[in-house]
Design a protein around this ligand. Sequence first.
Ligand SMILES: [Zn+2]
Length: 83
Amino acid sequence: MPNCEKCGKYINVYEVHKREIYSGKTNKVYWGKRVSFGNNFRYSIKTVCKDCADSIDKGNKFGFYLFLFVIAFIVVLFILGSK
Ligand SMILES: [Zn+2]
């Protein structure tokens, strides 16, 4: 039976979630389920429980909204600057 790789909680088989988790920056070649080279940010697929999967999804959504906000901000600056 798997355990959550984020919080260590025991996971029921029907509650297993797979998420890409940021696992640090690496300068090495990392041979895992996915291979990354050089200075790439390293993400790896981990088995997590539902709670952690939810929190990861929320975090991703927040990042997406933050991205939209930054883009909107740049557009506003651009419009203001062009006058
Ligand atoms: Zn968890």
